[in-house]
Each structure stands twice: as C-alpha cells, then as structure tokens.
Design a protein around this ligand. Structure first.
Ligand code: VTB
Length: 330
C-alpha cells in the first residue's frame, strides 16, 4: 500500500476533541445557562486540542481576542509538532438548544491546511443554500426560490411537495417561508443549529433535502468542510444584519454580491471534520448518555482526501471522566 494511504488520520484525534467538549457541555443540558455550558465545552476543547500534534491556528473561533479569552480567532493550538493547519471550532453549536435541552446541539471542529479556509473577518451572517451531491449542479443563489426547489426536486427524482427544507425560525425568514410554502415544498423550522441542518441537507439518511436562509458565517465555514467531503454544495453570500456589520464587512474589502461555493470556503482536499452530539437529535447524532457507570458519546468523523466517513460510539469509563475533570482544573 502506498505510504500516502497510510498517512496519519488527524480526524481520529479530532474526535477526541469534540467528545471532550460534548461530555463537559452535556452536564449543562436544560439547566438554562448557555454561558456555563459553552464555557465548559471551550475549556475541554482547548485542553484536548493542545495535546494534538498539529501546528494549528484558529480561523473560525469564539470571536476576537478581546471578547473571547480562549479559542479566539488567531489563537495557536496544538503541540506544533505536526502540520500547519487552519482550525474552525464551535464547542457548542446551538448553546440555546443545550440550555433548553432541545435536540441538535453538537460540538464541532474542522481542519484544513494553513491558508485554505475562508476567513469571514467581521462578517457574522451569510445567506446559504445547501444540497446534497445529486442536486449540486442545479442550484443558483440568484434564481427565485421556486425555481431552485423545482430543479432540486427534479435532480432528486421527487416532486416539489416531497421536499423538506430546513429553515431557521427567525423573523428575517418570513418572506422565505412564504415563498417555500407557495412553491409547494414542506418545511422543518428549527430554533438553532444550522450546522446540523446543513449536514442533514447533504446526507441521504435524513428527511431534510435542502437548507435555505441566513445563518452564522462561522457555522457556514464549519459546515462547508463536511459538505465538501460528502460531495454536496453550499452556495452563500454575505448578508450583514446591521449597518455596523455592513460597514465593517465593506471596509474589510468583502463584496456583498460575491457568491461563494463550497470550494471557495474550503480550498483544499486535505481536510478533516468531526462532530459529537450533545443534546440528542431530530436526525443525525445522538446526545451524550450517562449510564451511571460511564458516558456514551456518538460522533461523526470525516477525512477529505479519502472521503472516509466514520461513525464512532465511545464508552468512556467513569474513572476516566473523573480524571479528565481533575486535569482540567489545572
Ligand atoms: C445560526 C444557528 C446557530 O446562530 O447560524 C445562528 O444555526 C445565526 O445567528 O445555532 P442568529 O441566532 O442571530 O440568527 C446560532 O443560533 C448560534 O448562535
């Protein structure tokens, strides 16, 4: 077997990072405290990232250094003994879902070689259109909603009224929702979690066929890693939601008319994606389960170069959990 095929799979290390974050976050399920749940996950994620043999730099993180003490944009992660990588993290994607005990909160990270991950700068929001491999050639962000839905249905050998569209429940989506309904497609409205939504849209195993609407830019870049490996498409366009955001985005030289595709967001094949379920699922990853003796986590790990996707169920012994907690105090 050529040496290249046996190359280390960083994704296997990466799963331990999302597992650690999910295990810490899950203690905060339904306890009404978003910040504490996120903080616990951030600590655990940073701690386990720093044991990884990479020379990582956070491109998609918890925010600018002055607002995020850890996992901030630009922070260096890892032992520096491995390859230079861009790092995208969301220790808890869907902190409100976690705080209210609703499904689909996940811990998620991705890696790409240094300089190949889209850096959104001050752009917080983007308009997104996500489909799986069979419909990737037929979507067009400039086309009317109805046209996209008709073309997607055709590509999937379905009728438009068979389609299910994932949409975030936000006032800004009123018009979008009306148009999707007018076109005859069906909708799943979710309060948060459009990384999970994007994965549902590209995966054959979920009932969701498409994701549409405006969500977070960091979530878009994270999801793009998984979408690229699965072979789907994300088309997106920056969509600032305030004058302040718009001014900052324009001043940083971004163009609001540019349509980015999955290959613009992630400009390499040598990429890795990992996610672990925290709160449970409507589709996708099961949440962390505490059995009394141990904790069970469910994760997905993907490697770009080979397209391998692994579903990993881990049983973490109680003693080990205690050790992890103790070590994190230091
Ligand atoms: C979405 C959603 C995330 O941010 O990306 C959303 O999927 C966008 O921001 O789970 P708004 O909440 O302001 O609409 C999250 O809710 C994470 O904060």
């Amino acid at each position: 077997m050529p040496q290249e095929a046996c190359k280390r799979n960083l994704g296997l290390d990466l799963v331990r990072v999302t597992e650690a974050a999910a295990l810490s976050a899950a203690r905060w399920l339904g306890r009404g405290n978003k910040e504490a749940g996120d903080g616990a996950a951030v600590d655990a994620m940073r701690w386990s990232f720093n044991a990884m043999d990479i020379d990582g730099r956070v491109v998609i993180g918890e925010g600018e250094k002055d607002e995020a003490p850890m996992l901030y944009n630009g922070e260096e992660l890892g032992t520096k003994k491995g390859p230079q990588m861009d790092v995208a993290v969301d220790p808890v994607e869907g902190t409100s879902l976690l705080a209210t005990g609703k499904p689909n909160a996940i811990s998620v990270v991705s890696l790409a070689p240094r300089g190949t991950m889209f850096n959104p700068g001050p752009a917080f929001y983007m308009e997104k259109l996500v489909v799986g491999p069979k419909a990737k050639e037929v979507i067009d962000l400039n086309a009317p909603i109805e046209t996209n839905l008709r073309n997607i249905a055709k590509a999937l050998s379905k009728d438009v009224d068979d389609l299910v569209v994932f949409v975030l429940e936000r006032p800004r989506h009123e018009k979008l929702i009306t148009e999707i309904r007018k076109a005859g497609a069906r909708i799943q409205l979710h309060s948060d979690g459009d990384v999970a939504g994007a994965i549902m849209a590209v995966s054959d195993e979920s009932t969701v066929d498409v994701m549409m609407g405006i969500g977070g830019t960091p979530e878009g870049v994270l999801a793009a890693t998984a979408i690229k490996i699965i072979g789907g498409e994300i088309l997106c366009r920056l969509a600032p939601q305030s004058q302040k955001e718009k001014d900052a985005v324009l001043q940083s030289g971004y163009n609001l008319n540019t349509i980015y595709s999955v290959n613009d967001l992630i400009r390499s094949e040598d990429i890795y994606f990992a996610a672990t379920g925290i709160s449970g699922r409507t589709s996708g990853l099961r949440g962390v389960q505490y059995t009394g003796q141990n904790a069970i986590t469910h994760s997905i790990m993907m490697k770009g170069e080979t397209g391998t996707i692994r579903y990993i169920e881990s049983h973490i012994a109680h003693g080990q959990l205690m050790k992890i907690n103790a070590m994190k105090q230091h």
